[in-house]
Design a protein around this ligand. Structure first.
Ligand code: ATP
Length: 268
């Protein structure tokens, strides 16, 4: 099949993608395909290129070399302003741009239009009902009148995910959703994401993390990144081996799976 012909269930396709900035290769020769019913985790050490990859997948960053197709549209040949509302993204970069005075309900509502800061948009009652339902599903309906700037880190993460889901995206990208959370908040979030992953009506998901412990049950595939290159990719249990993870993090690791969750530690 030629590159121009998208498979019907393909959501994301990267072919030999490179991203170069100031002489550094942030991504190098990366080829990757994500299909509709898959839930992917992207795992790798600091600086591996995970956030860069998510920016490309979100149609926020064009690759220097190679080709990217997102939801059937080829980057560089499509109107990204039409494409972006079909993609939900929750990341620290997005959260930083939220005005601290913005109410939680408005942070979620403005997700419909992939914009930040409420400014004279009109929302109908179905939008409000949906925003409230999403906040409820993420366990934070009681926060809807609070100002975003007053929330704890864990509360912010959940509100951001509700916001990313607001436009009913076909692709949901989550950049380190559990970073900065305490143990209880992490487990709560991992559990909720696991339930979302199991929902056949949920969007295709890609979740970036440093820790295999943060991979929710129900995530089917993994991509290991190191220095901008893929170390391994495929079904999660074929990728999360001691060999691949040791290679990815550059130290000897043992890995185990218990009750659907993953645990890694250094070999002593
Ligand atoms: N504009 C830039 N110029 C040069 N290097 C850059 C630029 N932007 C990012 N980098 C570098 O690219 C590498 C990949 O960054 P990226 O944020 O994608 O990694 P990451 O895997 O998400 O890292 P982390 O886990 O620490 O968040 C890092 O080493 C970073 O310092």
């Amino acid at each position: 099949m030629g590159y121009g012909q998208a498979m019907t269930d393909e959501v994301l396709h990267l072919r030999a993608v490179g991203v170069r900035r100031e002489g550094a290769d942030l991504l190098r020769e990366l080829s990757w395909t994500v299909n509709e019913d898959e839930r992917w985790v992207v795992v790798g050490p600091n600086g591996a290129g995970k956030t860069t990859l998510l920016q490309v997948a979100a149609a926020l960053l064009y690759p220097t070399t190679g080709a990217v197709r997102v939801l059937g549209e080829e980057l560089g040949r499509t109107d990204v302003f039409e494409l972006r509302p079909r993609i939900g993204i929750a990341s620290a970069a997005v959260a930083e741009k939220v005005p601290p005075d913005e109410s939680v309900i408005d942070v979620v509502l403005t997700g419909s239009y992939a914009i930040l800061g409420r400014w004279r948009e009109e929302y109908d009652s179905t939008d409000v009902t949906r925003a409230v339902a999403l906040l409820e599903a993420l366990g934070c309906a009681d926060l809807l009148r609070r100002r975003f700037g007053t929330l704890s880190e864990g509360e912010r993460k959940r509100v951001q995910i509700a916001r990313a889901l607001m436009p009913d995206p076909e692709l949901l990208l989550l950049d380190e959703p559990a970073a900065g959370l305490d143990l209880g908040a992490r487990e709560d979030l991992v559990d909720r994401l696991g339930r979302l992953a199991d929902d056949p009506g949920a969007p295709t998901m890609v979740l970036v993390t440093h820790h295999v412990e943060e991979v929710p049950e129900g995530f089917t595939h993994a991509l290991l990144l190191r220095k901008g290159e893929a170390v391994a990719q495929g079904k999660v249990d074929e990728v999360f081996t001691p060999e691949h993870l040791s290679d990815c993090f550059g130290l000897p690791l043992t890995v185990e799976r218990r009750d659907g969750r993953w645990y890694a530690r250094t070999v002593r």
